[in-house]
Design a protein. Structure first.
Length: 269
């Protein structure tokens, strides 16, 4: 059966996460309902990463199988006419039946935007995280480098995590300051449930000098979620990019390009 791949951008603040739920207030529920109308048949989708409630996506990759025939350009324009204002298709194209949005992915990149000021900004409260205590960038960078490579991230997974293995490979973890904002970029082969939000909680503890950078080594070795920091709020967290083998021929938009396009923030100076 023919397979299509699509890239979605969405504002997660109005939804109860990606994955379908009985209440129907999820991105997947809304997207599949519009797809079914567009294609005149029931449709099931697979995504690259199931985002939590309140988490946004700059480029969520989805695949689906359908026998319906539609012009390639209408997949974007037609679907965006039907979708809620907070969800939009960025591109769509046919792919090989061997392509899988989740299992074909080489890496995922998440970006956390955190405002570091004494007073919060109400107009951005669902778009960025907020910490009023001054953060020490160098301390957090020291802690971040200890997370690079392959590790057992049990201390940073939620109790509800259903992953068969807690081992993940962190390819990059960068922190840059842009005025009153800090941008945290996490790139790994895959992430555990709440892993990025739990890592953020720990990094912010180090940045506030509540813990030393070496605490990260202790948490990795302990493999005990109870010893780590509280889970940080979802506001300000974005699924920014998903990397696939070049052989699939998908559009190649980096996390930095996606972030600049949709939020105006620049990862590079």
């Amino acid at each position: 059966m023919p397979r299509m791949a699509l890239s979605l951008t969405y504002d997660g603040s109005a939804w109860h996460g990606w994955q379908k739920q009985p209440d129907g207030r999820t991105v997947q529920d809304a997207f599949e309902a519009c797809l079914s109308r567009f294609l005149d048949q029931p449709v099931a989708t697979i995504c690259a990463g199931r985002t939590d409630a309140g988490v946004h996506a700059l480029s969520q990759i989805v695949h689906l199988d359908t026998t319906a025939v539609r012009r390639e350009e209408s997949w974007v324009r037609g679907l965006n006419t039907l979708l809620p204002k907070g969800i939009a298709v960025q591109w769509a194209q046919p792919v090989s039946e061997t392509f899988h949005a989740r299992f074909s992915a080489l890496s995922r990149t998440y970006v956390y935007i955190v405002r570091n000021t004494r007073v919060r900004t109400p107009l951005m409260h669902k778009r960025v995280g907020w910490i009023y205590h001054p953060l020490d960038d160098d301390r957090m960078l020291d802690a971040a480098r200890r997370l690079l490579g392959e590790h057992d991230f049990t201390s940073f997974r939620s109790a509800e995590c259903q992953a068969a293995s807690p081992v993940r490979t962190m390819h990059a973890l960068d922190i840059v300051r842009r005025g009153d904002y800090l941008l945290f970029t996490f790139r790994a082969n895959a992430f555990l449930h709440h892993m990025v939000r739990n890592l953020m909680g720990a990094l912010l503890c180090v940045g506030q000098a509540k813990k030393e950078p070496g605490w990260m080594d202790e948490l990795l070795a302990a493999r005990d979620r109870r010893l780590a920091a509280p889970t940080f709020a979802p506001h300000g967290l974005y699924l920014a990019a998903v990397e696939y083998p070049l052989a699939f021929g998908l559009p190649d938009l980096s996390a930095g390009e996606a972030l600049a396009t949709h939020t105006g923030f620049e990862l590079r100076a």
